[in-house]
Design a protein around this ligand. Structure first.
Ligand code: MN
Length: 504
């Protein structure tokens, strides 16, 4: 009995200790200075270094812990910085001060260095040369008015850029537009240089190059680029291999089609996210509604040719969904992660799986939707083939309609992205002063089920608002239905026999 009591007491004691440790872990601590106060004399005097580290830096740390009041949970300082929007102004100032100085100490070295390896390659490709980069960095530093920092930043696209931030803001903060991960930074506050340089800030900026720790910058670059899936060599290799693989089977495609038809929420998620990703990746080529021209819908323009790009059809083309999923799963399996799988799952599970898939695409979007990626090239090839097919189908209908109703009474809605195109209108037919709108689709078979005609093999089954639905088989059989009484069941169109208007 006594033994058990002792054991419980011991356990309780251990739990209390753990809790204390946990509580302590939440406090943000000061990082050690990696060199002595006089180690950087060629750049800054020991007195400034001492005050800067012990008074300013440690001051930010203690004010930060006060301002957080333990509200940061288990978040690290970097995680606080990345989500700074939800914290107070006081946390923003002090977390910034704590984070900026912590990385600043590591960015400095007592021995003079030159950039080499990957960072030098990246500097050369982004700025032309190391000399040009230094010049530009100094210009930005000099232009910063008042307190702040100048940074060399790795953007989310994997490029380098120079930027400045005011006060103790950092490019990693989610309130900073077009930021990124800082690789190198210089403190432009007067407290950083005034004792030694007085009003000669330009001289302080110039001397910075004598103490830059390029080894640290290189390590940061490697750490960040390896962490990002989209920059890793294995992903590059996988994306390259895809071009040699067979496209998805008809069975795979029909599975996807039936999921989207039976679970419209999953389709909504997919379509809206793909649109967002494309808008983000092709930011320079993305236009909002009516922005590219009158009656144009939002989307990517002037990509492979002048005008609306076929990449916009990625969210409605099920043939393209399949290779996207397959390539993503290959990446996941190589990373020992569970592949995305929609089969044998209920609606809710499919939604969760879709969220997981879109989360990964989000991470990889700049690599997947890169013109040089093989996955992208594959998607592009599929989209151009299928959109070409659509046009041929419409050509056949146009020819027949012109024979039947007269050339002047048929108008093709050829402008992709026009308002009519968005509403699903492929063609307008004028008969006896009345206008009829029509959507044209290919089909593979038609069966009579108790007086209802079932149309199979049509892509992208959904309710259109057009007056007519026109189905074409193998470029010759044409069926024209009144759309009023159409029904969608089992992912297929059904029409009462009586709604068949014309047959060619
Ligand atoms: Mn400072």
């Amino acid at each position: 009995m006594r033994n058990i009591k002792n054991k419980i007491q011991l356990l309780e004691e251990r739990i209390r200790q753990n809790e204390e440790q946990l509580h302590e872990a939440k406090k943000i601590r000061a990082e050690k200075l990696p060199y002595g106060y006089s180690a950087l004399r060629q750049f800054i005097d020991p007195e400034t270094m001492n005050i800067h580290y012990n008074k300013h830096y440690k001051g930010y740390i203690s004010k930060l812990n006060d301002a957080l009041e333990g509200k940061n949970g288990d978040l690290s300082l970097e995680e606080i910085i990345k989500t700074i929007e939800r914290f107070s102004k006081s946390v923003r100032d002090n977390a910034g001060g704590a984070y900026n100085h912590a990385i600043f100490w590591k960015m400095l070295s007592p021995t003079e260095m030159e950039p080499k390896d990957e960072i030098l390659k990246k500097i050369n490709s982004n700025f032309g040369s190391y000399t040009n980069f230094k010049k530009k960095f100094e210009e930005y530093a000099k232009k910063r008015f008042g307190s702040g920092w100048v940074w060399l930043v790795l953007t989310k696209r994997g490029t380098l850029k120079i930027m400045t931030t005011a006060n103790q803001d950092n490019p990693l903060m989610n309130v900073i537009k077009e930021g990124g991960h800082p690789l190198l930074g210089l403190d432009l506050w007067e407290h950083a240089y005034y004792l030694k340089y007085r009003n000669k800030r330009d001289e302080y900026i110039k001397n910075f190059w004598k103490v830059v720790n390029w080894d640290f910058v290189e390590e940061e670059l490697m750490r960040l680029t390896n962490k990002n899936l989209q920059e890793s060599n294995s992903v590059k290799k996988i994306l390259k291999e895809q071009s040699r693989m067979n496209p998805c089977s008809e069975e795979d495609r029909s599975k996807i089609r039936s999921m989207f038809n039976n679970n419209p929420e999953s389709l909504d998620m997919y379509q809206s996210k793909i649109k967002d990703f494309l808008a983000e990746v092709f930011k320079d080529k993305h236009y909002e509604r009516n922005e590219y021209g009158p009656n144009t819908s939002s989307g990517v323009y002037d990509l492979e040719k002048p005008g609306r790009s076929i990449i916009n059809y990625l969210n409605t083309n099920y043939s393209a969904f399949c290779p996207l999923l397959r390539d993503l799963n290959l990446v996941l399996s190589r990373a020992n992660m569970e592949p995305i799988n929609f089969t044998g799952k209920n609606k809710e599970e499919q939604i969760n799986e879709m969220a997981r898939m879109l989360g990964f695409i989000d991470q990889l979007k700049f690599r997947v939707f890169d013109i040089n990626s093989k996955t992208f090239q594959n998607l592009f090839r599929i989209l151009s083939q299928t959109s070409g097919k659509g046009n041929k189908t419409e050509d056949v209908v146009e020819k027949k309609f012109k024979e039947k109703f007269g050339t002047e009474n048929i108008r093709r809605i050829g402008e992709l992205g026009s308002k009519e195109d968005m509403m699903g209108i492929d063609m307008k037919i004028f008969i006896d002063g009345k206008t009829h709108t029509a959507q044209v689709k290919p089909f593979t078979s038609i069966t009579n089920e108790d007086g209802n005609l079932r149309i199979d093999g049509t892509a992208n089954v959904k309710k259109y608002t057009t007056d007519w639905m026109v189905f074409v088989r193998r470029g010759k059989d044409i069926m024209v239905f009144d759309n009023k009484d159409s029904q969608i069941k089992d992912g297929t169109y059904f029409f009462p026999e009586s709604s068949l208007l014309y047959q060619f």
